[in-house]
Design a protein around this ligand. Sequence first.
Ligand SMILES: [Zn+2]
Length: 227
Amino acid sequence: MPRILPVPLGAANAYIVSEGSASILIDAGFPRQGKKFFTALSKQGMDPSRIALVVITHVHYDHVGNLREIRDACRCPVAVPAGEADWLRRGAVVFPAGAHPVGRALIAAGRLLARVLPGFVRFDPVEADILVDGELSLDPFGMAGRIVMTPGHTAGSLSVLLDDGNAFVGDLAFNVLPCGGGPIMPPFADDPAALKQSWAALRRLGVRTVWPGHGRPFSARRLRSQA
Ligand SMILES: [Zn+2]
């Protein structure tokens, strides 16, 4: 059974998934959290070189903030959505659309913050190694699972599905309210209808537990009840 280690980096989760001697990392958190990441790794007695692959669910600054530092330490390939590799190459800070009025207000505030305090959102550019635009097996990286495209939050967003039913979905769903029973619709989505189709696709693929980019894991049943 794979072991899952959530690593909160700022207000976003990165996940280290390990199976046998293989590990992969999913997402790379808010900028300037590198020290926290490497501390979490060493607490597990893990050398960065053990990470065989970094998968980026989508290229927003809060998911790639420490990617270059991590990639330089693990010297492993980086997989990103093909359509967003150029954002990563250029270090482009791209904001999604708000999914509702509160989301839109938050995005407007984010854009303003990025103008006034650009250092808050800036991340180091990375040239990705694997450009994903369809299903990709993780077998070559020692992991029983695959990457699938799950558009909606951004057009290119992807998820990592393990064969045991765990799924790492980036911002395809949120779960940030304290009691965990609130809405899972993210406040930001470029295409909310496509996002709900991706929820349905995950259910069809037999996902049991969803590990979001923000907040705590939850049962995939909620993908049905809130669709
Ligand atoms: Zn995002």
